[in-house]
Design a binder for this molecule. Structure first.
Ligand SMILES: *Cc1c(COP(=O)(O)O)cnc(C)c1O
Length: 425
């Protein structure tokens, strides 16, 4: 029995399902990680994997990046938690505002879910309206008003609305189809009580689904015409697709933005930001309450400052390298799958991609759900046997990092060759 298997048996006795977040579980048991560096993680059985999960996108700069570790080590000598304001929070806020012109003021929180929860509460406080609109398959964290037709672990486990959530809450969340402007228009016309529209500008929790031409600009146009705050959930796309996120990439200004994953490069930090008149509604100045003991803690803040500074410093090289590597990898996989006559789609952009085993283009929740998840599972296990770790679900995304090298790519292409053959048979 492997060490990971023994540890999993032990973990199940004290941790529900043996994992601290549902997407970490896969059959027959997840490997237990001992350490990581650069592009690699090592398990408790001394296997080294090339990591393409990368903290679900957080590790844009790779594991244990030296600029981040240096900043955090320095802060450790000064203190870990003060619960008083610090200079570094101002520095981080200015860096975020510098990268995201739609943000005039920003509040720091700890997780992506906390950021979207605050964003939605702000939208309701600002408009004094009740309902929110979300898109089918978008994932915005694990709180009641967004756990409706969500992607990620909910799609993977076939949960439409989470047990334990109140109907009173979920009935105020209206769900419309991604890449379907008419559906959004119809829903807004039918409902006068819309407080906000929340969207992942690039859908990275249903596999990878790209916004079709003009979809986002139409969403912006319709929300503006109807005075409805538009929330861009850039928890994945922030810093990953551009230093200023998807809003820079698509040249669209949302009213509220949420950031997390790549903001902290592996440390717990998130942010919600937007126009002054909305952000100033937060307590204590305003009456939209939001609070947290660990918010703006100096360790996470030092990591986030170092992340943004590093990204801004190397941006000219960083994004072109990631795009080139992503193109090389996805072309190779596409060609191999085509040669093997395996029906498939590959969606990719900047440093993310996903393969779907289906002959129909994947453009929304339904088409993603229609892909052959069994084949994906087979591919995942074969990749893992060949020391390549991608997120263990069809409804997640393959993430590249700056730490990947050409030789990692070569090994990964070989592993996909074997994995695709295993799918075919
Ligand atoms: C991961 C994710 C979240 C939730 O972030 P947590 O830090 O896990 O709470 C929210 N929105 C999107 C788009 C995400 O991918």
């Amino acid at each position: 029995m492997s060490n990971s298997q023994k540890l999993f048996n032990d973990a199940k006795k004290v941790i529900p399902s043996g994992v601290n977040s549902p997407v970490r579980y896969f059959e027959p048991y997840p490997f237990f990680t001992k350490k990581s560096h650069g592009a690699y993680i090592w398990d408790e059985d001394k296997n080294r994997y090339i990591d393409f999960c990368n903290g679900y996108g957080a590790l844009l700069l790779g594991h244990r990046r030296k600029e981040i570790l240096n900043a955090v080590s320095k802060q450790l000598t000064q203190g870990t938690l003060f619960c008083t304001p610090t200079k570094s929070e101002i520095e981080l806020s200015k860096l975020i505002i510098g990268n995201f012109p739609s943000i005039e003021k920003v509040r720091l929180v700890n997780t992506g879910g906390e950021a979207t929860m605050t964003a939605i509460r702000l939208a309701r406080g600002f408009t004094k309206k009740k309902k929110i609109i979300k898109f089918e398959g978008c994932y915005h964290g694990a709180h009641d008003s967004v756990l409706v037709k969500a992607g990620s672990g909910l799609a993977h486990n076939g949960i439409s609305v989470s047990d334990g959530g109140l109907d009173e809450v979920s009935k105020n969340t209206l769900v419309v189809q991604y890449n379907n402007v008419e559906d959004l228009e119809k829903t807004i016309t039918k409902n006068k009580d819309i407080a906000g529209v929340i969207i992942e500008p690039i859908l990275a929790n249903m596999g990878l689904i790209l916004p079709e031409n003009n979809f986002l600009s139409n969403v912006r146009k319709i929300t503006k015409e109807n005075d409805i705050p538009l929330i861009f959930d850039e928890v994945v796309t922030g810093f990953r697709v551009a230093p200023g996120g998807a809003q820079q990439h698509f040249k669209i200004k949302p009213d509220i933005t949420t950031l997390a994953k790549a903001l902290g490069s592996g440390f717990t930090v998130a942010a919600v930001g937007g126009q002054k008149e909305i952000m100033d509604l937060l307590s204590p100045g305003g009456k939209v309450y939001q609070a947290s003991t660990y918010a703006g803690n100096p360790i996470s803040v030092s990591a986030a400052i170092a992340s943004i500074k590093t990204i801004n410093k190397i941006k000219n090289k960083l994004y072109t390298k990631l795009e080139r590597y992503n193109a090389l990898l996805t072309h190779a996989i596409d060609n191999m799958a085509t040669d093997m006559k395996i029906p498939h789609q590959i969606n990719f952009t900047s440093s993310m991609f996903q393969i779907f085993f289906t002959n129909k283009p994947v453009i929304d929740y339904k088409t993603s759900k229609n892909a052959d998840a069994k084949k994906f599972k087979k591919m995942f296990s074969t990749l893992l046997k060949n020391k390549v770790f991608i997120a263990p679900s069809q409804f997640e995304v393959v993430f590249l990092s700056d730490a990947h090298t050409q030789s990692d790519l070569n090994h990964t292409v070989d592993a996909f060759d074997i994995a695709l053959k295993s799918v075919k048979n």
